[in-house]
Design a protein around this ligand. Sequence first.
Ligand code: TRP
Length: 463
Amino acid sequence: MAERGSFGRLGFILAAVGSAIGLGNIWKFPYITYANDGGSFVLVYLIAILLIGAPIMFAELAIGRRTQLSAVPAFLTLGKGGPGGRVWGLVGGVGVAAGFVLLSYYAVIAGWTVYYFGRCLAWSLRGYDLEGPELGQLFGSFLADGSSQVTFQLIFMALTVGTVLLGVKQGIERVTRTLMPVLFLIMVIMVISSFWSPGFPEAIRFLFTPTEITPDGLLEAVGHSFFTLSLGMGAMITYGSYVSKQQSLPRSGLLICLLDTVIALMACVIMFSIIFSVPEAERATTFSKSATILFTTLPRMFYELPFGSILAPLFYLLVSFAALTSTISLLEVAVAYVIDSFGWARRKAAVVVGLGVAALGVPAALSLGASQALSSWAPLGPHAAGVFGVFDYTVSNWFLPVGGLLTAIFAGWVLKPEIFRSELEEGHGPFRLFLLTRLLLRFVAPVAILWILWAVIGGRSFA
Ligand code: TRP
């Protein structure tokens, strides 16, 4: 078997932060925060990151680095002899499957960001020419245009496969090391430019003043903390397996959580400064509190801002970068599994798995209006319509929470505490928060996640 790849110190942080920062931060978090009236929702999200996300992050990184294996064989190795034994391999397997499905439709959304980058570039060069409603129509007809959907999805998959097949150091580390600093820079420029926007003070007030929160909002905040940190499906186990023993896992894990959260909040400041610049009376008609806000209203707002024709394409470029560093990690989970468990060469694994994911993504891409049959397919009931909707519903509501639950139970109850502790202390020194981490994994995280699943069973959807 070829030698196992490894990350450099900074390379690992950037790759893991790149995995965490994605459409979840820039597309999903702002709109769910807007829909849940900000304030308290943000607070609950922050608490969930700290009390549930961070300990599971530590657990995944430790499982990966300890075994130097990807998700399935890592669980198999550590589970051997303990309660449950080889059954734990299934947890890894569910993770690989979840990543496969998640990537198939995530690449479709990522394709939209590439399309809007091109669109905005064209507008910036020859002048912006659409009204608000026309922008909505543009997006609607883009979604319903099957060949565009598939083309952009395939472009994105090709970029992802191209990176992963070059290897951990030459591909993943090199690409994330280049893109992440650029992403941070664009983000900072945009936040600074929002200081001058008339909506800025209200955006800050909206984000940080406690408001009412519904039980559904609570659940959504907890559920999103998994998605945004790339937890619950072995992505951080896989990346953890490429980390050197000299590196501190608790420090790295906390830094990943911190940077992911900061970027999510920055994305909110940028978007809400724009939204709150519109007078309140107009806002309700201009901004639907929906998932499409990034594409249906934001472009026009950009072109009303000073320097908008520079900021608009830059912004969509940034979102594409963020998405690419996430799709890379999603593909790597399945590719590493195939390499570890079947001994395939990396190139072959990346191309074959990538083709499989791309093929699965085609029906998802065609289920946004292009194909009537695919768009109305709803085997799970009305809350998940169309192939795209069904995939998103299943992954966000079932796979990730169940994966996170089982990972927490594994790390808290099955994994020997000496092993867990020694892995967290390797390259770190005495880890004073170990007991707290273990307590959170044993009790707090499982109870919180079971509560989410209970709500899902009761018919609630986070997709
Ligand atoms: N965290 C990414 C985002 O916020 C999505 C993602 C990438 C992901 N890899 C993952 C989610 C693994 C769950 C598991 O967009």
